[in-house]
Structure formats: structure tokens, C-alpha cells
Design a protein around this ligand. Structure first.
Ligand code: SAH
Length: 373
């Protein structure tokens, strides 16, 4: 039975056509599901009764089940969602003055194994379906009391939404689950669904070059690239994917992206690792590396997790590092660590993953229980 959370408007329209239903019916149902947060066909009062009955028989609206809801002292909220088969993924809601950002997962686990990331250490199980990706937003909206468009105004003055921004920065590598992520992005952008602006939806990638090019063609949204090192030797170690797509190719892909992107810069994320990538020389090398790429830098103080064996750069060193980028004319911000007390900070999302890659077995010291948050 189809789960209607799996469809963007085109997909829903096509499926409605197989039922002999007109496109405007698909638009109506799309609005009920996503704007109103409705999962009961009987309640879709402006939809013809016969169609409501038909839908109730042949379709479902099924988000992932909520396993845990944690609230940080700073107001950050983390949800653990069951996606079946012993896998669970996390989403994080970060409230800030004037905006609310939802950080969404794209995979159960991650195959990339970056040296500093808790998700990677858990190994990889599978891609999330469209419904599981969109379902995180659908549920978050409901849990925040925002579905139906009643609660937003005091939270986001700009567009009256509690969740005004989505970042694909949760568990997984979004461009490794390309088709499902793009369909989910279309739902986020659709005016009949969440109606988010392209500038407020960000895909973050560790640097899958062909994926960046496809995203540019198929669904350009704001782009963040997890850079973390200014040269290939160091980046090969920190982000093993770099061996496949080295910095030269990555920078060229970023430049190509910008002629279609909704914003005129790429955001480079850079995790600050004590004594590893945080020297003055690294900052100078970054300035040279990104000379031809209009960009902003977002420095992320490393967030520790069990057995990570890496440390966070001291605040003073991060400040000096930022200063060098700023002096070169690059807008640079340092990410405020949010939700650390509930392990909701960048790189700490671990959910539960039935590892298929056997990575966890290769590291006997690290048990599932220890990596869980
Ligand atoms: N796979 C995508 C999406 C993950 S985004 C990507 O790599 O971009 C999560 C961001 O947090 C990435 O920039 C990632 O590099 C960063 N990150 C991972 N582990 C971290 C840690 N322990 N401390 C701080 N940032 C971390």
C-alpha cells in the first residue's frame, strides 16, 4: 500500500491518475497532509467523500515512529525515529531568534567513515525512503505544534513558520541517497506542502562531485560542503571520500554549482580539531584554495563522542583561525554548539544502526551501547 509521504506533487498526481483522479485532487490532498499535518483521510473535508473512502482503502500516511524526544537546556530538541529493522535515525530542531532550523537525516548510518564523526563510526545500513526523510519534517511540525499553520507567527516573523529552515546535516550523506533526497527536497519546496524557499533548504555534502553536479541540474538549493582540510594529504585522512574526489575537482564542482544556486556562495564547514587542521598555515592554505570560489566559512568546534580520540581546538585558536579568513575577506562564523547535553550537536548523531558494513566489529572497543546517545 503506497505511503503518501513518499510522493512529491508530481508523483502523487501520477498515482492519482491511476485512480482516475484529477491533478487538483492531488494538490488538495498534498495540502492536507503537509500543511495541516493530517493523516486521516476521513478528516479531509473538502475532498469528495468517495475519494476519501477510496484513499482510506488504498493508501496510508505513515511517518516513522517516535522513539524518544529529548530537550536540551538550550531549547534544542532531538528526536529519535524508528525506521524499522532495528534502525533508528535522529532529527534535531534548533530554535533561534527569528528562525527555526530542522536538521534532517538522509541515511541509517553512513558509509563514508570520516575520522571525526560519530555517525560514520556506526557503519551503514541503508538509505532512507522519501517518506522517512519527509516524515521527519512532517512529525517535527506536529510535535512543535506547528502543523495547520497556527503556532508560527511569534517564532518566525519572516514567513510565519516554526520550521523556517531545513538542513540535510543529520545522519548520512545526502548525495549518496540522491533520488530520495531530491524528491524529499521537492516536497519541502512545494507551495502545496512546506513552501520553504530554496535559500532556506541546505544540502550538506562531504564532497560527492557527480552528486553536486546533478543537484545543480535537478534541484539547486543552498549548498554546504564539509571541507575540513586545505590539502589532499590531510583531507584524505579526515574525509576518506577525498581519495575519490580530490580538492581540485571539488572546488571546480562548487564553482559550477554557483551559476545555478539560489545563493551566491557555497558554505564550507570546517571542524576544528586540536593540533590536526587548526594551525595558522592551514587557514592561509584555505584562503588560497578557495580563491576562485565565492564562499563563507562555518567553523565547527569539534564535538567529542566516545572513543573519538580527537580533541576540540581551544577557543583562542579558533578565533585566530577565523581572523585570518576574515582578513582575507571571507565571511566566517563559528558554529555555536547546541544541544550538547543531549548529544544533539554536529557529529554526535548516532541513532541506532544495524551495521551492514561490519565497521563496528572492526573496532571492538566501541559497542553499540556506547555510541548510542
Ligand atoms: N555527510 C554530510 C552531512 C553531515 S552534516 C556532510 O558531510 O556534510 C554534519 C556536519 O557536521 C558535517 O560538516 C560534518 O563534517 C560535521 N561533523 C561531523 N562530526 C563532527 C564532530 N564530531 N564535531 C563537529 N562537527 C562534526
Amino acid at each position: 500500500m503506497p505511503n503518501l509521504l513518499d510522493f512529491d506533487l508530481d508523483g502523487l498526481t501520477d498515482w492519482f491518475a491511476t485512480l482516475g483522479e484529477k491533478p487538483f485532487r492531488a494538490r488538495q490532498v498534498m495540502r492536507w497532509i503537509h500543511r495541516e499535518g493530517c493523516d486521516d483521510f476521513a478528516a479531509m473535508t473538502d475532498v469528495a467523500k468517495v475519494l476519501r473512502a477510496k484513499l482510506a482503502e488504498r493508501a496510508e500516511i505513515r511517518p516513522p515512529a517516535l522513539l524518544r524526544d529529548s530537550v536540551s537546556r538550550d531549547g534544542t530538541r532531538k528526536w529519535l525515529f524508528d525506521v524499522g529493522g532495528g534502525n533508528a535515525v535522529e532529527s534535531v530542531f534548533i530554535p533561534e531568534a527569528g528562525r527555526g532550523t530542522l536538521c534532517v537525516s538522509s541515511q541509517a548510518g553512513c558509509a563514508l567513515d570520516c575520522a571525526f564523526c560519530a555517525t560514520g563510526k556506526q557503519g551503514f545500513n541503508r538509505n532512507l525512503s522519501v517518506g522517512e526523510i519527509v516524515g521527519q519534517l512532517w512529525l517535527a511540525n506536529k510535535l512543535l505544534g506547528a502543523a495547520g499553520g497556527h503556532a508560527g507567527d511569534e517564532v518566525d516573523k519572516d514567513n510565519g513558520r516554526v520550521i523556517s529552515n531545513v538542513v540535510m546535516m543529520g545522519m548520512g550523506e545526502p548525495l549518496a541517497n540522491f533520488d530520495n533526497v531530491v524528491t524529499a527536497l521537492r516536497v519541502m519546496l512545494d507551495d502545496h506542502a512546506y513552501g520553504l524557499s530554496r535559500r532556506r533548504v541546505t544540502v550538506s555534502t562531504a564532497g560527492i562531485v557527480p552528486g553536486i553536479d546533478r543537484l545543480r541540474e535537478e534541484c539547486p538549493v543552498a549548498l554546504a560542503v564539509s571541507l575540513h582540510a586545505p590539502d589532499d594529504a590531510l583531507r584524505d585522512r579526515l574525509v576518506p571520500l577525498n581519495r575519490k574526489y580530490p580538492l581540485r575537482d571539488l572546488m571546480a564542482a562548487c564553482r559550477r554549482y554557483l551559476d545555478r544556486a539560489p545563493r551566491d556562495f557555497v558554505t564550507f564547514e570546517y571542524v576544528m580539531l586540536d593540533g590536526v587542521n587548526d594551525a595558522i598555515a592551514h587557514a592561509r592554505a584555505l584562503v588560497a584554495l578557495t580563491r576562485d570560489v565565492p564562499c563563507k566559512f562555518n567553523l565547527i568546534p569539534f564535538n567529542p563522542f566516545p572513543h573519538s580520540a580527537l580533541g576540540r581546538s581551544p577557543a583562542e585558536r579558533i578565533r585566530r583561525f577565523a581572523e585570518i579568513l576574515l582578513e582575507a575577506g571571507i565571511v566566517t562564523t563559528t558554529r555555536k554548539t547546541r544541544g550538547e547535553d543531549v548529544a544533539a550537536a554536529c557529529g554526535q548523531l548516532a541513532g541506532q544502526v544495524k551495521d551492514k558494513t561490519r565497521r563496528t566489529q572492526a573496532r571492538p572497543r566501541q559497542t553499540m551501547e556506547e555510541t548510542r546517545t
